[in-house]
Write a protein that binds this ligand. Structure first.
Ligand code: ADP
Ligand code: MG
Length: 369
């Protein structure tokens, strides 16, 4: 897949720009706060229908304007597709694919798949389980779109269950309602747990391979799934989940939260047998993030037989020469959009087609390629 062109109107600090991208490497150079991440954010919007930086769409509209527009002409399997997003300060977001408006924005299937890698991704390794669940959920949704639907459904039931826990007292009526919520939670939760377990099993060896290459065989990376509901085999999940819900009911009634379930899952990155979150150095943690991002691209290629678009936000300068080469060579056949404050590490990329742009105060100038 590839993006042919982009048009932005009143999006963040862009007033009206049109861009054509090449199918290999597109490099955007600009100082701080000129609009580099904003551009990648707009591209990400076309894939996911939402930003990776904020859940408040209003922030995306230029401060002096009331409406914003993002348009992208993309090619999927050789077929043209126009993705258009309109944001309004006082109204709902609207998304059109080939001029037909989408009804359900929670499950956008624009067909465009992007993998973004930014310095912020370090939090996947370093911070709490929520960051790792987000990573997990995003990657799985890219290779199995129905998974996102299950997550949304699960969260809806969870929300209802927690609301019920917060009502004053459980009577016969609310008790039977709780039973219904529990059985729904267990049914959808089991699907989620199984999908996650299956995914980690496939993903871990890919990450191990990429990590071994990046560290010339010095470090062994293994991903482990730590489900909140423990189970010995898949037929035991439902019973075990129900038992735990019952065991924790008293506590859950006190806190108004459900303490057991996939919404409390975690994954662990083990480096040579030790939890990288706790024991790895910052440099090792950065390499883990690079390994899992490379693996994300690889598993999408493998499972869906398509090439996602890679967005590299300001990560190039952090990498040493060998890793930059490894990255570029891994992605020869996929469209890549790189941003950087500094051209010096990038202008030596050769052997692939590249176009160079400069970004300054929301204006983009093409200089080469
Ligand atoms: N809604 C908005 N309207 C106008 N300007 C915005 C808006 N949101 C962000 N900006 C501006 O965009 C700039 C940051 O852009 P960003 O792409 O994050 O920078 P960088 O080039 O460092 O990645 C800042 O100057 C910020 O004030
Ligand atoms: Mg930035």
């Amino acid at each position: 897949m590839k993006i042919d062109s982009i048009r932005l109107i009143n999006f963040r600090n862009y007033y009206d720009i049109s861009l054509e991208l090449n199918e290999n490497i597109n490099i955007f150079i600009g100082k701080n706060a000129q609009g580099k991440t904003n551009l990648l954010e707009a591209i990400y919007m076309c894939a996911e229908g939402k930003s990776f930086r904020t859940s408040r769409d209003r922030e995306l509209i230029n401060l002096n304007k009331n409406e914003a527009y993002i348009g992208a002409k993309v090619k999927l399997d050789g077929i043209d597709r126009l993705i258009e997003i309109k944001l309004k300060r006082d109204g709902a977001k609207r998304i059109k694919i080939n001029r037909v408006e989408l009804k359900n924005l929670r499950e956008l299937h624009s067909g465009l798949i992007v993998v973004i890698f930014s310095p912020d991704d370090l939090k996947i390794v370093k911070e709490g389980p929520g960051e790792r669940r987000n990573f997990l959920d995003n990657v799985i949704s890219q290779i199995k779109p129905v998974y996102r639907y299950n997550i949304n459904k699960y969260n809806k039931v969870l929300f209802q269950r927690n609301n019920l826990l917060r009502t004053d007292k459980l009577n016969a009526q609310t008790k039977s309602l709780l039973e219904i919520f529990d059985s729904q939670l267990i049914k959808i939760g089991k699907e989620i747990i199984l999908t996650r377990a299956e995914f980690i099993e496939k993903f871990s060896p890919i990450a191990e391979k990429n990590h071994a290459r990046l560290t010339t065989g010095r470090e062994k990376l293994v991903l482990k799934y730590n489900p909140s509901v423990k189970f010995s085999n898949k037929d035991a999940i439902e019973n075990s989940f129900l038992e735990e819900l019952n065991k924790n009911l008293e506590k859950d009634l006190k806190t108004g939260n459900t303490s057991i379930g996939p919404h409390r899952d975690d994954i662990q990155f083990d480096l040579d047998g030790l939890n990288a979150r706790v024991f790895a150095s910052q440099g090792q943690q950065r390499t883990i993030v690079l390994s899992i991002k490379l693996s994300e691209v690889e598993i999408i290629k493998r499972e869906r037989n398509l090439y996602p678009i890679l967005l590299l936000d300001d990560v190039f300068s952090e990498l040493d020469e060998d890793r930059r080469w490894y990255l570029i060579n891994s992605f020869k056949d996929i469209q890549t959009i790189i941003t950087s404050a500094d051209i010096s590490n990038i202008d030596r990329i050769s052997g692939v087609r590249r176009t160079l742009f400069y970004i300054e105060k929301g204006k983009i100038r093409r200089v080469k390629g």
